[in-house]
Ligand binder design. Structure first.
Ligand SMILES: Nc1ncnc2c1ncn2[C@@H]1O[C@H](COP(=O)(O)OP(=O)(O)OP(=O)(O)O)[C@@H](O)[C@H]1O
Length: 254
């Protein structure tokens, strides 16, 4: 496995927020992390890149327990696009995306052609190659989100963690970003609220509820009317899309 989470617990404020979670993501695959607000998705992503330390259990990248890895080695392979990530105001798009190269450069090493290539490729992938000189604070919400994704791509990660990356994006860019992530050679975990986009673009899904995994597997196995009722409290009708062949959720108001 590329990412392996084994019986991980994490608590804060006297509450067990990640409560015995186990998930695996095979190399190059995309896992969609679903669950209601407050179910523990962001907390789990922070544990996987060791922004937080597990209380118990093991998180491994490849065969290596991240608790035994140097922070720089984690940063060289794992990129994280956080929800509502902030960036200092007086920087340009190019400055932000260049930050993605930081883990790969020594304190004295000059900026290289490889760094340039990674930054330019990342800007192209999110459709922002013409915006390099624009100041961060003048960008729209969706443009900021795409620049943060470009920063993560410039890091050339082998594991990519995205916390609600479609926030603020118009539908065209939601589809483009998710299809880009699904095609990348990196192993990805994407926290998502849109069940239909998750079914379209993810190889597997894991559904969290109150800090536990309550369903995991292919979108077809996971997205059932019963699960949606039990976890999200919503009535739904599910069919296989005649257009893309994946599960499609229709929400019911009756
Ligand atoms: N440091 C902390 N101290 C106290 N409670 C915390 C802390 N971090 C997270 N929580 C709580 O843990 C729960 C899970 O939060 P988390 O952000 O992981 O949920 P989420 O599934 O990502 O939610 P959303 O879909 O709303 O983004 C929430 O109830 C949150 O208030």
């Amino acid at each position: 496995m590329s990412i392996s989470v084994r019986d991980v617990h994490w608590s804060a404020g006297g509450l067990m927020i990640v409560d015995g979670i186990s998930i695996d993501v095979a190399p190059g695959k995309t896992l969609g992390l679903l669950g209601p607000n407050g179910s523990g998705k962001s907390s789990l992503l922070r544990l996987i890149c060791r922004l937080r330390n597990v209380k118990s259990g093991v998180i491994a990248l490849g065969n290596t327990d991240i608790a035994a890895m140097a922070r720089l080695d984690i940063a060289r392979r794992v990129a994280f696009v956080e929800q509502q990530a902030t960036t200092e105001a007086q920087v340009t798009v190019l400055d932000v995306v260049r930050l993605g190269r930081t883990p790969h450069r020594g304190p004295l090493s000059p900026w290289s052609a490889a760094d340039d290539a990674a930054v330019n490729a990342a800007l192209r992938q999110v459709g922002m190659p013409e915006r390099t000189g624009q100041l961060w604070h003048t960008l729209s919400g969706g443009e900021r989100q795409r620049v943060h994704i470009a920063r993560a791509l410039a890091q050339t990660p082998s594991e990519l963690l995205l916390d609600e990356p479609t926030n603020h994006l118009d539908i065209q860019h939601q589809l483009e970003i998710l299809s880009l992530v699904a095609r990348l050679p990196a192993t990805s975990i994407i926290a998502l609220h849109d069940l239909n986009l998750a079914a379209m673009f993810c190889d597997t899904l894991a559904v969290l509820h109150q800090g536990k995994v309550v369903a995991a597997g292919t979108p077809e196995d996971v997205l059932t009317e019963e699960l949606i009722a039990n976890v999200f409290g919503v009535r739904a009708y599910i069919e296989r899309s005649a257009h893309h062949g994946r599960q499609h959720v229709h929400y019911r108001l009756d």
